[in-house]
Design a protein around this ligand. Structure first.
Ligand SMILES: [Cu+2]
Length: 648
């Protein structure tokens, strides 16, 4: 049984003393940041954890004497990495439990566990292998030993990576009828345990590999026992639930009660200085069998209590956005609060799902505030006092749970949970765990991996730049790959150089034939009087590769009649020859040959037509016959070239 509520003035004196003592979590970090870029300014309270899909969380974790488990400077890097943004982005400045109000249905007692007792200090439990499946962090805090404050260090924080089940599943077309994408998810789970009276609470924050944050409060320990009839057990069947057998024919009912948790969430969306809060409300036209539902968002300009009314009030939700931080689709990055819990509407402080104020240093607790600069105030006071534009939002999230005891809740009581979530909304342009093969699915359009696979498509042609003007033997030509359809994808490029449409080949350093496949090419005497082009192939896992050729660059001069000598092709350091050989196909060679024949036949046809215009008699008739034949040849050549192109 909990001690009776202490005199509030005493609590405040104690609180002021406790706040003066530094209470720090520290010691062995789970993953010690190897580089200083992971220094969040919280020393060894930093946690950096990469999850199995490649996503990473970076944050500070500590235990406060009253609020208990606290996370700060919370930042995320998605598995899709630079396709979304470089490195980490800030989501929250801090998150903690700002009050836990426990109100009994018979009106006999109400507790405010955070400000009356606290989850740190004397109340923080040591983690053991039974309570923590991951690694522990030491917490140094102040406990009362024999009536005097004494510093102690215990493993008080648990850091674990946990499986979160099926992250996604997508079977295209019919069952077993197309490509299937599925993956298991994982999360970093941070927790602590605190004993307050007969109840033991687990504070748990789960940071998943898709940027989601689940905040849970689990209540275990023991149902408060008591001499019946009293506050915790009564003979009134409407105020509780019979536990155990009747005694002398009399049932004793464990009193039902609310666990009203109010969290303080200080947002820092992409470290924005000018964040906004939106409330989205929905209404239905209630028109029979096909009702329409309309949703509209309102950007709130100052502190407010989110208390939507009407038949569709349950559909309302809130988000915090940074209008200056846009995802690659041009949408403002934001996080949404998902709070789908029943509300204790009988108390003014617990009858709303969320309230927003500007972050203020003295406003730390949801009620009976312990900070001496704004003592004893509550969230409704903060809202009333805050007239400034709402740009640095703190969300006060009311997570309520009505506990009707069961026989099964007897010692030790099974953990009962209450949760809320913070989920990314447009913080990313796509799911932050999207597999490569789905990385081009962005926006409306048909999804068909066979007919419409993700294809590399050239947007601006590759270019050749020359180290000298005019271009001459010895000039270094450098290719740039041009631009490709998906600017967020990291393309890898392959190059192949051509002379008059024929791949340039030579002898590599190892004596084997090799092709010119470097991003640079050095002009040789055989190139004089010919046209040089470069073909670029762009590729990325999950994409069909695409190719594009540069415009031709003429090497001025008269071509040498001598046989072309072998060009000096520099193989790349990493087995360039084998790589290069793969770049030249017989198809490409045939195309070049057929293109040359077409060019020749077209020239012949043009010449014959010119001659025929001036000719007479049998000569003209002969030429007409020749023209007919040449036309056939050109037609055949064109067909061959088209076919070759399809095969290249
Ligand atoms: Cu309970």
């Amino acid at each position: 049984m909990r001690a009776p509520r202490p005199d509030r003035s005493l609590v405040r004196i104690l609180a002021a003393l406790c706040l003066g003592w530094a209470v720090l979590a520290g010691a062995t970090p789970q993953v010690q940041a190897a580089d200083s870029s992971n220094d969040l300014g919280c020393g060894d309270q930093v946690v950096v954890q990469q999850l199995s899909n490649g996503a990473s969380w970076r944050l500070c974790v500590r235990i406060q004497p009253y609020q208990g488990l606290t996370i700060e400077d919370v930042e995320f890097r998605p598995a899709t990495g630079d396709r979304e943004y470089a490195g980490y982005k800030r989501i929250l400045d801090s998150l903690d439990l700002a009050q836990l109000n426990v109100a009994y249905d018979n009106g006999g007692s109400t507790y405010d566990d955070i400000t009356d007792y606290g989850f740190g200090g004397d109340h923080l439990l040591t983690q053991t292998p039974d309570t923590c499946t991951g690694q522990t962090r030491d917490v140094t805090n102040v406990s009362t030993v024999a009536g005097s404050p004494t510093e102690r260090t215990i493993p008080g924080i648990c850091l674990a990576t946990v499986a979160t089940g099926l992250a996604y599943e997508s079977q295209e077309w019919a069952v077993d009828g197309g490509p299937r994408y599925a993956a298991q998810g994982s999360a970093l789970q941070i927790s602590s345990l605190s004993k307050v009276g007969w109840y033991e609470y687990q504070q748990q924050i789960t940071l998943d590999d898709e940027g989601g944050i689940d905040v849970g409060l689990g209540a275990t320990g023991d149902v408060a026992p008591g001499d019946a009839p009293g506050v915790f057990f009564s003979t009134d069947p409407t105020k509780g639930w019979a536990l155990g057998p009747a005694v002398n024919g009399q049932n004793y009912y464990a009193t039902s009660h609310w666990h009203n948790a109010i969290y303080r969430v200080d947002f820092g969306i992409d470290s924005g200085q000018q964040q906004q809060v939106q409330e989205w409300d929905y209404t239905s036209d209630d028109s029979g069998t096909n009702p329409t539902v309309s949703g509209t968002g309102t950007t709130e300009d100052k502190a407010f209590v989110g208390r939507p009314a009407g038949a569709d009030a349950d559909l309302s939700w809130w988000r915090v956005l940074n209008p200056d931080s846009l995802n690659p689709d041009g949408h403002a990055r934001s996080y949404q609060i998902v709070n789908e819990n029943p509300l204790d509407v009988d108390q003014p402080l617990t009858s709303w799902p969320v309230a927003f104020t500007n972050a203020a240093p003295c406003e730390q607790y949801a009620s009976f505030n312990l900070d001496p600069s704004c003592p004893n105030e509550n969230v409704l006071d903060y809202v009333a006092n805050d007239q400034a534009p709402l740009t640095d939002p703190v969300a006060w999230v009311n997570v309520d749970f009505h506990h009707v005891d069961r026989d099964e809740d007897q010692s030790p009581m099974h953990t009962h949970w209450q949760h809320f979530q913070l989920i990314p909304r447009d913080f990313f342009a796509q799911g932050p765990a999207t597999p490569d093969a789905r990385s081009c699915v962005d926006g409306p359009g048909y999804i068909d991996s066979y007919a419409l696979p993700c294809i590399a498509t050239n947007e601006t042609l590759p270019k050749i730049s020359a180290s000298t003007s005019p271009v001459a033997p010895g000039t270094t030509l450098t290719a740039t790959p041009g631009t490709w359809n998906e600017s967020r994808t990291t393309w890898s490029y392959d190059y192949l150089w051509y002379r008059d449409g024929v791949p340039i080949t030579g002898t590599g350093a190892d004596g084997n034939p090799t092709a010119a496949t470097e991003p640079t090419y050095v002009v040789i005497p055989s190139d004089v009087g010919h046209a040089i082009t470069v073909k670029v192939t762009a590729s990325h896992p999950g994409y069909v590769s695409g190719t594009a050729a540069s415009a031709a660059l003429a090497v001025p001069g008269v071509p040498s009649s001598a046989q072309p000598s072998a060009p000096s092709v520099r193989p790349s350091a990493s087995g360039g020859s084998a790589h290069a050989a793969a770049g030249v196909t017989t198809g490409e060679l045939k195309l070049a040959k057929d293109q040359a024949t077409l060019k020749k036949d077209r020239a012949k046809l043009k010449k014959a037509k010119r001659k025929a215009r001036r000719a007479h008699g049998t000569k003209k008739a002969k030429l007409k016959k020749k023209i007919k034949k040449l036309k056939k040849h050109v037609k055949r050549d064109k067909k061959r070239v088209e076919k070759d192109k399809r095969l290249v």
